[in-house]
Design a protein around this ligand. Structure first.
Ligand SMILES: C[S@@+](CC[C@H](N)C(=O)[O-])C[C@H]1O[C@@H](n2cnc3c(N)ncnc32)[C@H](O)[C@@H]1O
Ligand code: SF4
Length: 369
């Protein structure tokens, strides 16, 4: 039996739906519904507690917006996990947060129950772009949340950054990077704006009403982010993640390193015993199933050795550790990639260079073919 080391808890509530977002989130934030939802999450956890071996090193609240609900709910979930699961000492506990939500009192409650990492969805300090992204917060909100977190004793802080916004220039991005690196934070996740098909942004792009920057610009942006953050002590350890030494997110590294994790809540995914399984995205179905003590899993697949190899290569190549060269069968292609500076060998592993990361999907499909 495998050993689960990380627990992910999905909190789907959000005050607004951002036009680019394809995560499972809902804007009906009625207290009754939130209460029922949290009860369901706890019931789901209780159904799992004797099913697998647990040695919990990380707990991660993602969303949606975990900080859209009262902190007491997050506290009750953490207390339930502490009481019912084998949690190792000083686990990494992360909460994703929108800047205009919790302040000192709420964050102190989280700190007191062991939350030691806050991930703030800042996206940009440029007010014009915050509006064009459909965000309902201001740069001042982020400063306030950051200061409140530090005062409460939560010092491991990530700020999310989105780049590749319509009309964004390299100078605009540089301004963001200058502000990000001047702040007392430990980690930056930088994502290129993606126009998912089933989102309002996706439709606008298809209709020609929103112009994403071209590939040359976004590639320049990625290089600029990587160089600037590296020069300021934030090392890239994965395609979209840079952290100061000792502050790389342990939970996310589990996803990339074949470590087993349990995901609970609406739409959450798990990976245990070579099986990947996922929950329903329908809130009412989720609650109803759990009211009847049934798991809300709607999808399950056993990974074949080939699936596992593909995953290991795909996820490993996103990271600075890369993948052992003996996992790669197409040695001639590997040689070509190294000659063309798309990657290099380090400690027996093949690691993609920033140039290679820009075409990672193409590379992975050829490497495993
Ligand atoms: C699921 S969100 C949760 C955090 C929080 N609700 C928020 O939006 O601030 C996690 C992060 O994913 C990123 N993200 C979401 N949709 C994206 C998209 N279409 N393109 C690029 N980044 C995206 C944003 O940086 C966001 O902060
Ligand atoms: S606040 Fe975050 S999770 Fe909610 S809709 Fe916006 S991007 Fe998605």
């Amino acid at each position: 039996m495998g050993t689960v080391k990380g627990i992910y808890i999905h909190i789907p509530f959000c005050s607004v739906k951002c036009p680019y977002c394809d995560f499972t989130s809902i804007t009906d934030n009625s207290p009754k519904l939130i209460d029922k939802y949290v009860q369901s999450v706890i019931r789901e956890l209780s159904l799992y507690k004797d099913r697998f071996d647990f040695e919990i090193e990380t707990i991660y609240f993602g969303g949606g917006t975990p900080t859209a609900i009262n902190p007491e709910y997050l506290v009750s979930i953490i207390e339930f996990i502490n009481k019912n699961f084998n949690v190792l000492s000083s686990p990494e506990i992360t909460v994703e947060a929108n800047p205009n939500t919790y302040r000192y009192n709420q964050l102190k409650l989280l700190k007191d129950v062991g939350v030691n990492r806050l991930s703030i969805g800042n996206q940009t300090f440029n007010e014009k772009f915050l509006i064009s992204l459909g965000r309902n917060h201001t740069p001042k909100d982020t400063y306030e949340m950051l200061n409140a977190a530090l005062k409460a004793g939560i010092t491991n802080i990530n700020l999310d950054l989105i780049y590749g916004i319509e009309g964004q220039t390299l100078q605009d991005l540089q301004q963001d990077l200058d502000i990000y690196t001047s702040l007392p934070i430990t980690h930056i996740s930088a994502y290129m704006l993606t126009a998912y098909e089933d989102t309002p942004l996706g439709s606008k792009v298809l209709d020609g009403k929103y112009n994403l920057p071209d590939e040359t610009t976004t590639t320049k942006m990625f290089f600029m982010i990587d160089e600037h953050l590296n020069s300021k002590g934030f090392k890239r350890y994965e395609l979209s993640n840079w952290g100061k030494e000792g502050f790389w997110c342990k939970h996310n590294q589990f996803y990339w390193e074949d470590v087993e994790f349990l995901g609970v809540g609406l739409s959450a995914w798990s990976y245990v015993n070579d099986k990947r399984f996922g929950n329903t995205k329908n809130l009412y179905e989720y609650i109803e199933k759990l009211q009847n003590d049934k798991l809300p899993v709607i999808f399950e697949e056993r990974l074949t050795p080939e699936d596992k190899l593909f995953e290991r290569i795909m996820l490993g190549l996103r990271t600075v550790k890369g993948v052992p060269t003996d996992l790669i069968s197409n040695k001639q292609y590997l040689k070509n990639l190294i000659e063309a500076k798309f990657g290099f060998i380090k400690d027996g592993n093949f690691v993609l260079s920033p140039r290679g990361l820009m075409v990672i999907n193409e590379i992975v499909s050829k490497l495993v073919s």
